[in-house]
Design a protein around this ligand. Structure first.
Ligand code: ASP
Ligand code: MG
Length: 597
């Protein structure tokens, strides 16, 4: 018999009528012959209300009591949903997180799932019951109630689908699927039939609010197909699976993160371990740092720029000021009126000209790019906040995201084409079943025979990045990583990129031509560098990965020249002579997480 997990978000159980309608959906599935597990969120804005209430009683409520309080929202809705089902003539049993055996660690308000015991659910299902499970909550070893973090019911649903080996995991919500970008920001955004886990992970971490990040990590790890659909219509929705909708379109989605701030630490001594000190201080405050760019230093010093969410700027600056002397940096500047615009696409890695196309679109829209970072499936540009909407529209248009790609396939077509593969099954087998959400790395690799080219004193004007990468592309040179960062000297920027070592002489010639054209200060090329890559699932929700990587490199005295991070990889460009040592060191520190064992 097939088993379906159906998750209903807060808006889908906001009132009695909606609760009944959710109940009917489950009953309908049951009558079609499926076993049904429902996962339900708190009604409407109940969680927000509880949070507010707590705030009125205490400014610093204990995290344990907070979870005790917030978990009640879901307890209300599962009971009501079960009653509604019983009233409509089927049999249902509601269960709390503890009762479904959802065991987590003890990090209240952001607990990670360790294991789930399925016996009770299976017994009830075999008895013909619909199981209505409370989302978002679990229990720790001491039976304390824990919660998984805001939006965590998605993760409950996908995790249950994984351990119950469900045939489908349906996420009922107030939107009718996943769009190429947020349709509230851009009306021409298009609903996609299919999107890949990787694309969805990137988009979710950029703030595309459709699904809880960790639920996608779970789905990818266990190969659970997710079906996002509207609870208010029978529209088709979107499938989140391994494959993308198209195998050729370079970009699958775009996102804009409006409220960012840029911080630049000036004159950081360019020796191993210095940026680590900075980022450890910020990491200690649990602030997620993004778009890290280390300007290749002049006179043995570098300017390190990065972005943080705007509302964490003050805390970030405090953290930096606390270590600035120890680090030996000369100062810090910031800009809090910036936004991040990104494009994401699983097919990007195998294509040339994607970055220059994005930069050209921004230039033509009159948008000045302040910083750039790239990873294998994402390109991000930092732009003035006043231009962010124009920037998003321009890139959405340039990559024709409003049109269905000519080779786009439906989920049914993709499924029919699938080769039986045991990759996923093998991965799952290697996962310890008492550490379901533990960090899972899939490999540590080194790409050697690379070269780095840096343009210094790049004027901070629109159109320069487009010109640089169009010119390089026209010369037939394939560029891998790109970073553009702030230059503390004079408010100009510097642009670095990597190419295969054999392309270095030609790249330098082209770069010098460009530098002359725009009156740039200098061009430098570093002959023998290597790119070290740690790959895995959901690297950014385990924030320690990048930190551990830099710690290890610093300890082995390896200087990091460029950095690029994504959900899938953390990349560091280092001196080639250190590559083997770096790889060995990393394999050792990450031994516990490799292959999930
Ligand atoms: N009720 C929780 C929240 O509002 C969990 C969820 O809705 O997924 O964050
Ligand atoms: Mg919710």
């Amino acid at each position: 018999m097939s088993l379906i997990v159906q998750k209903f978000g807060g808006t889908s159980v906001a009132d009695v009528e909606k609760i009944r309608s959710a109940a009917r959906k489950a009953i309908r599935a049951q009558r079609q012959g499926h076993q049904v597990v429902m996962v339900v969120s708190a009604m409407g804005k109940n969680t927000d209300r509880l949070l507010k209430l707590a705030g009125e009683v205490s400014k610093t409520p204990s995290a344990r009591e907070m979870d005790m309080l917030l978990s009640t929202g879901e307890q209300v809705s599962v009971a009501l949903v079960a009653m509604a089902i019983n009233e409509l003539g089927s049999e249902a049993v509601s269960l709390t997180g503890g009762q479904i055996g959802m065991h987590t660690d003890s990090s209240f308000s952001k607990a990670r799932i360790q294991s789930i015991s399925t016996e009770r659910i299976e017994r009830l299902l075999n008895d013909g019951k619909i199981v209505v499970a409370a989302g978002f909550q679990g229990i720790d070893d001491d039976l304390n109630i824990t919660t998984l973090g805001r939006g965590g019911s998605d993760t409950t649903a996908v995790a249950l689908a994984a351990v119950l080996k469900a045939d489908a995991c349906e996420i009922y919500t107030d939107v009718d699927g996943v769009y190429t970008t947020d349709p509230r920001l851009l009306p021409e955004a298009r609903r996609v039939d299919v999107i890949s886990y990787d694309e969805m992970l990137e988009l979710a971490s950029l703030g595309a609010g459709v699904m809880h990040n960790r639920s996608i990590e779970f789905a990818k790890k266990f190969g659970v197909p997710i079906h996002v659909r509207s609870s208010f219509s029978d529209a088709e929705g979107t499938m989140i699976v391994t494959e993308s909708e198209s195998t050729s379109a370079p970009v699958g989605g775009a996102a804009m993160t409006p409220d960012e701030a840029r911080v630049t630490v000036l004159g950081v001594p360019d020796v191993p371990g210095k940026s680590l000190q900075l980022f450890s201080a910020i990491g200690d405050k649990k602030i997620a740092v993004d778009m890290v760019v280390q300007n290749v230093g002049s006179e043995g010093r570098a300017d390190v720029s990065f972005t943080v969410p705007r509302d964490e700027l003050t805390t970030t600056l405090e953290a930096i000021n606390g270590v600035i002397e120890q680090v030996g940096a000369s100062g810090v500047t910031h800009d809090e009126d910036v936004s991040k615009v990104s494009v994401v696409g699983s097919n990007m890695a195998s294509q040339t000209g994607v970055a220059s196309k994005m930069f050209r679109a921004l230039a033509d829209a009159g948008v000045n790019i302040q910083m750039i970072t790239t990873s294998e499936i994402k390109i991000s540009a930092l732009v003035p906040r006043s231009q962010a909407s124009d920037a998003l529209r321009a890139v959405h248009q340039a990559f024709l995201l409003h049109e269905r790609p000519a080779d786009a396939k439906s989920w049914d077509e993709i499924k029919a084409d699938r080769q039986p593969s045991d990759d996923v099954a093998m991965m799952v087998q290697r996962l310890r079943d008492d550490a379901l959400e533990a960090l899972t790395l899939t490999g540590i690799s080194v790409l050697d025979r690379q070269a780095r080219v840096t343009l210094f004193g790049v004027p901070d004007n629109q159109g320069i990045a487009a010109d640089i990468f169009e010119t390089i592309g026209a010369a037939g040179i394939m560029v891998d990583m790109i970073v553009q960062g702030f230059d503390g000297h004079d408010g100009s920027t510097s642009v670095s990129f990597t190419v295969a070592a054999e392309n270095l002489p030609e790249s330098l010639t082209v770069a010098e031509e460009i530098a002359k054209r725009h009156g740039m200060r200098d061009v430098q090329g570093g002959g023998s560098v290597a790119k070290v890559t740690v790959s895995g699932i959901g690297l950014r929700s385990h924030t320690s990965v990048a930190l551990v990587l830099f710690q290890e490199l610093a300890q082995s005295n390896v200087n990091v020249e460029m950095i690029g991070t994504s959900e899938l990889q953390v990349n560091a460009v280092i001196d080639e002579t250190h590559a083997a040592k770096a790889q060995k060191g990393l394999e050792k520190v990450f031994a516990d997480s490799l292959g999930g064992c």
